[in-house]
Design a protein around this ligand. Sequence first.
Ligand code: NAD
Length: 485
Amino acid sequence: MPPVIETVHNFIDGEFQPSDEYMDSYEPSTGQVWARIASSSDKDVEKAVQAAEQAFPQWSATPVAQRSKIMMKIADLIEERLDQFAEIESKDQGKPVWLAKMVDIPRAIHNFRYFATYALHDLNSSSIKQDTNSTNYTVKCPIGVTGLISPWNLPLYLLSFKVAPAIACGNTVVAKPSEMTSASTKLLAKVFQDAGLPKGVVNIVLGYGKIAGQALVVHPRVPLISFTGGTATAEHIRRSAANLCKKFSLELGGKNPAIVFEDCNFDKCIDTCIRSSFINQGEVCLCTSRIFVQRGIYDKFVQAFVEKAKSKSVGDPTDSSTFCGALISLEHRNKVTGYIEGARQGGATIQCGHGVLDLDLPARCKDGYFVRPTVITDISDDSPAMREEIFGPVTCVVPFDNEAEVIQRANSVKYGLCASLWTENVSRVHRMSPKLDAGTVWVNCWLVRDLDMPFGGTKESGTGREGGKYSTEFFTEEKTICIQH
Ligand code: NAD
């Protein structure tokens, strides 16, 4: 029997709407086409913007308690359909089903609940000045139609991290998810309908970034763009909208270091570095891809880390024992293995992973895009695998001698998204953390996310912060009202 091909249309003005063209979407673990996705034009984007504009006056005037109630319902309905969401995300993205069930979908639910309740308590400020006889207060006003562009690595999770604060603040939305992972938007749009979200509040336009995404970025009546994706794309977006005075939040790539001192909790460090390097096939912007280990424990670390990396199973994402599923596409797999081969040719040692061990895959996965967790040593700081974002299950482990040296080396790349520091020395933590070029420094942990805290990058990892009050600031204009008595 031929496989069932899903068709995923745009969601505009509360309805599923066909587009003139469709594209194929591949299942990464089989290499087969499994869905047809709308390939939208600027005409579709215009329709979505108009729907969002029409919905804005009523949605922005809807009491925040009512907006919150609808968002809580959205969260409940995603939770009820959690298994279905997880299966679709896994099929579409290649990640293990268990991971989507444990992380992606629960986090998406949390995003809706968090911002639904946050908005209820986000107070405006006021000040009374005797010298000018004036009372000042501020109101946070929604901005209008917001353009939200998201990547393929954590599809529902990252989309919900934008949609939830945008609508909680009273904005309406035109969202453009990645063309490679749009399938779960069909289920999400159904949740919006079932939760009673008014028509036009969230519109989803599918398709290529350079067509549909670009049309959204340069649309003169979309004053805000929240973008998560690659640094090169962000540069292009910024340039193409340079004359439009838009508000931008840009969450971009990373080349994140872990810095491991001799006094660390060794076993916890090994376990966490395995997770931080290889979870979701290394396709998380926050994944560790350079591990600096203090020389005294370097050999012990490499031995334990490589042994553990070798033990992680790679294969069918539907198998509950699979640790790494498939990479997003053949092109991406070739990019990742290209870095490994480049490192090998440059004289580095590939301790385990691609090109070292063969994969034993089930028949249905024989054309999937798999790469084993790969550990590289004996590599110089200026080689591409140590400088550029690989975005796959590949990490380099190198020795260091002292604090000043490791800070300089950790900061020597163009990115500055996150870092993790492994030491039991609290003075060292306070001394080093401010000196690391990173939006987040995790100490003796990784990916412990608190939505109250600002999230974002430094240098070419992005501009702006999101989370709690930072998202509210971004998705509103705070207006000062000054009354003289
Ligand atoms: P990408 O830049 O190729 O695409 C991201 C989104 O932008 C997609 O929806 C794409 O269709 C769209 N797009 C592409 N060209 C566009 C254009 N000209 N105008 C408007 N939109 C356009 O990134 P990707 O490959 O989907 O995602 C991987 C990247 O995302 C990695 O660099 C990763 O580090 C980064 N990322 C960052 C974070 C973070 O929070 N900092 C989180 C996840 C992923």
